[in-house]
Ligand binder design. Structure first.
Ligand code: AMP
Ligand code: MG
Length: 406
């Protein structure tokens, strides 16, 4: 039996990013993985502009200005966002300016409107400056967000909302992303019936295919359902053959030591290069990983929670790596255990927890019974708490590592 860490290393060593990519509209690019470093061809913002609604001024003209002793400037124009002015501000002058409007020549700073008072003289509009500004205050400089030539989006980035906006800002209406890996999912078991089939004695519905389907989607890949194979070698082999055009094959159930657990044998008979079949974890333990003619094959345990937890630990990072992503692991953070829990030494535990923020501290409460068949423990969970191999007990109030399942 190997450790979770070793298993993950072996898996990731055998996983390679897909080669093909596609050019897609940025509206459809959320969650996709960027193929190359993207450099800006321009400065963003492209010109110096005002960060506030107010008055563009020369800082030296308003030096020492205070409410009791304001400097008074002549307002020589008004400038909205989207327009330019040919006017140059001379000593003693100001231009009314809106957020985003280009800074007029001669001005070097902006006084926000809240720090001014208009004075109407007969001839000209005048403004009292109630607060001095430093040179450059309330000015957004050309290139202060992005400099021309800068790499703004790195190869392997999983595109988030901010990236999508940045792509638009850089002038890209389309972006090259890696194609999604195709993942064939096979359920096994004589006890399984399809969702709408009648439940006769001894039968249960196939739920694993669907939790895995959703997990594959969540990992940014394309799930393909192969349905259910009965517990005999021929049925399993036939179904597996249908899945071999996919990039990854996931078989769930039938990988343990029961009399009808034929998946390992079938995989071997079909020429799979088996890398391991047991991992020191709970839930989980039976877990097969191998390569069938270069197609990575995961044999996940049939128990609903074990399958999901194993997917999360092994298949998810593998699919992300295959998708070309640079960052393939979920973010881990320390949380305070909300309950006592005793465990077996030697196995790494993955407990389903509810993460709650209480008075600025992150707590992790168990979602109830933690049996590997209690799918509800997954339904209620928004996090997984990891207890390391050498630990025997955790007490409420102690710290453990958690991952947030967003
Ligand atoms: P196995 O790994 O095949 O021995 O299955 C372990 C347990 O998980 C058994 O109780 C199975 O009935 C259950 N199980 C296996 N496959 C599925 C599935 N696709 N959906 C729901 N439960 C399953
Ligand atoms: Mg079975």
């Amino acid at each position: 039996m190997i450790s979770v860490r070793q298993a993950r290393e072996i898996i990731l060593k055998n996983i390679f990013p897909v080669k093909e990519n596609e050019l897609i509209k940025i509206e459809s690019a959320l969650g996709r993985v960027c193929v190359s470093d993207l450099k800006s061809k321009e400065n963003i913002p492209p010109f110096n502009n005002s960060a506030m609604d107010g008055f563009a001024v020369r800082a030296e003209d308003v030096k020492g200005s205070r409410g009791e002793n304001p400097k008074i400037l002549e307002v020589v124009g008004s400038l909205a966002a989207g327009y330019t002015t040919g006017k140059t501000i001379r000593p003693g002058e100001a231009i009314r300016i809106m957020t985003g409007a280009p800074l007029p020549k001669g001005a070097d700073s902006v006084v926000m409107v809240e720090d001014t008072e208009l004075v109407h003289s007969k001839k000209n509009e005048m403004v009292e400056i109630l607060k001095a500004v430093k040179k450059g205050e309330n000015v957004r400089y050309a290139g202060e967000d992005v400099e021309k030539g800068e790499v703004v989006i790195k190869k392997g980035s999983i595109l988030k909302s901010g990236h999508i906006g940045m792509l638009a800002s850089l002038g890209f209406g389309r972006v090259k992303v890696f194609r999604k890996p195709k993942v064939a999912i096979l359920a096994t078991g004589d006890e399984l019936v399809q969702i709408k089939q009648k439940l006769t004695p001894g039968k249960i519905r196939n739920s694993n295919s669907y939790s895995l389907y959703a997990q594959v989607l969540k990992a940014g890949a394309l799930p393909i359902l192969l349905g259910i194979a009965r517990d005999n070698k021929k049925a399993i082999e036939d179904k597996i053959r249908q899945g071999l055009s996919a990039d990854v094959l996931i078989v769930c159930g039938g990988v343990s030591v029961g009399d009808y657990d034929f998946v390992k044998d079938v995989l071997k008979d079909m020429g799979t290069q088996m890398k391991f079949w047991r991992v020191a974890m709970k839930p989980g333990k039976p877990l097969v990983f191998g390569l069938m003619r270069k197609v990575p094959v995961f044999g996940l345990p049939g128990n609903p929670v074990s399958g999901m937890v194993s997917f999360e630990q092994f298949a998810r990072p593998a699919l992300l790596k295959m998708s070309g992503a640079g960052d393939i692991f979920r973010f881990r953070l320390p949380a305070t255990a909300g309950d006592d829990f005793e465990k077996k030494k030697g196995l790494r535990y993955f407990l389903r927890v509810v993460l709650k923020n209480k008075e600025g501290r992150l707590y992790a409460f168990l979602t109830g019974p933690q049996g590997s068949g209690i799918l509800k423990s997954m339904v209620l969970a928004n996090g997984i708490m990891e207890l390391p191999e050498d630990m025997e007990v955790i007490r409420a109030g102690e710290t453990a590592e958690v991952t947030y399942l967003e």
